[in-house]
Design a protein around this ligand. Structure first.
Ligand code: ADP
Ligand code: MG
Length: 265
C-alpha cells in the first residue's frame, strides 16, 4: 500500500470528474506531467493525441487501474483509489478499490470479455459479485442492456461466436451494468474491421445523446467532432489544447495539434 502527497481540495470540487495535477512516471520517465481536467456531468469529452502521449495511462488513472505518483482524481467528490488521512493520500485496500471503481466504467480496445461466459453472464458477473445483486435482478437488468446495444438475441452466445463489433457492444453493456457515473472508452473501435466500426459508434452516440458522461479516446475524428462537447489534445503527457470540437478540430491553435490532425485527417 502506498501513500502520496495530497493535492485534493474536497471543497473546491464542482465537476463530476476532477483531475488535479496528476503526475505519473514509469521507470523514471514521466508519462503524465501535471494533468488538470474537469469533466462536467453529462459532458462528452474526446481525448486525442499521438501514440505514446499518455491517453491510456490518463484513462487508467481515473478508475485507478494505474496509481498516480502525485495529484488526485475524484469522481463525484470521492477519491477512487485513495483516502485522505491528514495531508497524505493512502491507497485503499483491494476490496474498497473494487467497490469504488464501480463508479467508473471502462471499455477497452480489445473487448476483454470473459471467454468462458456467455454474453449475458459477462454482463451479470460484476453486479452479482460487487453490487450483491440477486441473480434474477442482474439477469433482468442485463437483458435490458443487451437489448439497448442491439444484442438481445445473442444473450446466450459465447464471445467466440460473436463478431468483434458484437463483442464490443457486449463490453459496453457490461460496463453499463454497474451504473457508472462516467464511462471511459479507450480506442473502442481500433481493433475492429472497418465495416464493424459503425455499429459500435452508434451505441456510443446513443449514450452521448442520453446524457451519459463519457470520456473517449479515439482516432475517429469525424465521430469526435459530431458527439463531443469538448476535445482535449494531449502530447507528451501534457494537455496542449482543449475546447469545443469546432475550434480544436477546425482551427487548432497549437502547432502540435495541427501537425497531429494533418496526419490523421
Ligand atoms: P497512448 O495511449 O497515448 O498511446 P500510453 O498511456 O499507453 O499512451 O503510454 C504512454 C507512455 O507510457 C508510452 O511511452 C508507453 O510506452 C509508456 N507506458 C505505458 N504503460 C506502461 C507500463 N505499464 N510500463 C512502462 N511504460 C508504460
Ligand atoms: Mg493508448
Amino acid at each position: 500500500m502506498s501513500t502520496i502527497a495530497a493535492t485534493v481540495e474536497p471543497t473546491a470540487t464542482s465537476g463530476l470528474v476532477e483531475i488535479h495535477n496528476v503526475r505519473k512516471s514509469y521507470a523514471g520517465v514521466e508519462v503524465l506531467s501535471g494533468i488538470d481536467l474537469t469533466i462536467e456531468p453529462g459532458e462528452v469529452v474526446t481525448i486525442l493525441g499521438p501514440s505514446g502521449s499518455g491517453k491510456s495511462t490518463l484513462l487508467r488513472t481515473i478508475n485507478h487501474l494505474e496509481s498516480v505518483d502525485s495529484g488526485s482524481v475524484t469522481v463525484d467528490g470521492e477519491l477512487i483509489g485513495y483516502e485522505l488521512r491528514g495531508d497524505r493520500l493512502h491507497e485503499l485496500r483491494e476490496r474498497e478499490i473494487l467497490q469504488r471503481r464501480t463508479q467508473v466504467g471502462i471499455v477497452f480496445q480489445s473487448f476483454n470479455l470473459f471467454p468462458h461466459l456467455t454474453a449475458l453472464e459477462n454482463v451479470t458477473e460484476a453486479p452479482i459479485a460487487l453490487k450483491r445483486l440477486s441473480k434474477d435482478d442482474a439477469r433482468t437488468s442485463a437483458l435490458g442492456l443487451l437489448d439497448r446495444v442491439g444484442l438481445a438475441e445473442k444473450a446466450s452466445a459465447y464471445p467466440r461466436q460473436l463478431s468483434g463489433g458484437q463483442q464490443q457492444r457486449v463490453a459496453i453493456a457490461r460496463a453499463l451494468a454497474l451504473k457508472p457515473k462516467v464511462l471511459l472508452f479507450d480506442e473502442p473501435t481500433s481493433a475492429l474491421d472497418p465495416e464493424l466500426v459503425g455499429e459500435v459508434l452508434d451505441v456510443i452516440r446513443d449514450l452521448a445523446q442520453l446524457g451519459t458522461t463519457l470520456i473517449i479516446v479515439t482516432h475517429e475524428i469525424g465521430f469526435a467532432r459530431e458527439v463531443s462537447d469538448r476535445v482535449v489534445f494531449l502530447d507528451h503527457g501534457v494537455v496542449v489544447e482543449q475546447g469545443p470540437p469546432s475550434d480544436v478540430l477546425v482551427n487548432p491553435q497549437n502547432p502540435r495539434t495541427r501537425e497531429f490532425l494533418a496526419k490523421v485527417l
